[in-house]
Design a protein around this ligand. Structure first.
Ligand SMILES: CC(C)(COP(=O)(O)OP(=O)(O)OC[C@H]1O[C@@H](n2cnc3c(N)ncnc32)[C@H](O)[C@@H]1OP(=O)(O)O)[C@@H](O)C(=O)NCCC(=O)NCCS
Length: 164
C-alpha cells in the first residue's frame, strides 16, 4: 500500500495538470519516407504526460504502462506537432494521463489529430516507492466523462496485470 505523500494536497483540478508542448518535425525525427518516427513521437508523448503527472502530484512520476496508443495518421517532415496532456483521474499513487497529438501543416493551415494515448504514471519517493497523490476533482462535463471512463480502463489494467 503506497504511503501518504508529504506533498499531499487535498484535491487538484484538471487545469492544474494541463501541459501543451510543441515540436517542429526535423529530418532527424523522420524515416526514409519523411514520416515522423513512431518512437520519437512516443518519447515526446511520454515527456508531456510525465510533466502533467508531476504537475498534479508535485512528485517524481514514472511510467507504469501505456495503452490505447493509436497512430491515426502519419505526421510529415516540416509539420508542427502539438501535444496536449492532462490527468484524467488520480487513484492512490497512480494517475491516468490522456495525451492528444495534433499535427499542423503551416503551409496549408490544415490540422489533424494524429495520435492519442492513455499513460499510467506512478508517483514515487526518492527510493522509488509509490506515494499517494491528491485526488482529482473533475469540473466540466468532458472532465467528468474522462474521469468516469478512466476508472473502467483502470479496472481493465488491473485485470491484465493480474493475469500477466
Ligand atoms: C511503477 C512502479 C513504481 C510500481 O511499483 P509496484 O511495486 O508495482 O507498486 P504497487 O504494486 O504498490 O502499485 C503502485 C501503483 O502502480 C500501479 N501500477 C503498477 N503497475 C501497473 C501497470 N502495469 N499498469 C497500470 N498501473 C500499474 C498500481 O495499480 C498502483 O496504483 P494505485 O496506487 O493508484 O492503486 C514499479 O513497477 C516501477 O518502478 N516500474 C518501473 C517504472 C519505470 O522504470 N518506468 C520507465 C521509466 S520512467
Amino acid at each position: 500500500m503506497p504511503k501518504r505523500s508529504s506533498n499531499f494536497k487535498k484535491q487538484r483540478y484538471v487545469k492544474d495538470s494541463q501541459v501543451e508542448m510543441t515540436q517542429l518535425v526535423l529530418p532527424n525525427d523522420t524515416n526514409q519516407l519523411g514520416n515522423l518516427l513512431g518512437g520519437r513521437l512516443m518519447e515526446w508523448m511520454d515527456i508531456a504526460a510525465a510533466v502533467s503527472a508531476q504537475r498534479h502530484s508535485n512528485r517524481i512520476c514514472v511510467t507504469a504502462s501505456v495503452d490505447h496508443l493509436v497512430f491515426h495518421q502519419p505526421i510529415r517532415l516540416g509539420e508542427v506537432v502539438t501535444l496536449r496532456a492532462s490527468v484524467n483521474r488520480a487513484f492512490r499513487s497512480s494517475m491516468e494521463v490522456g495525451v492528444q497529438v495534433v499535427a499542423e501543416n503551416q503551409l496549408t493551415g490544415n490540422r489533424k489529430t494524429a495520435n492519442t494515448a492513455y499513460f499510467t504514471f506512478v508517483a514515487v519517493d526518492e527510493n522509488n516507492n509509490p506515494v499517494n497523490v491528491a485526488p482529482l476533482v473533475p469540473k466540466t462535463s468532458e472532465e467528468k466523462r474522462r474521469h468516469r471512463e478512466a476508472l473502467q480502463r483502470r479496472l481493465m489494467r488491473l485485470r491484465r496485470r493480474k493475469t500477466s
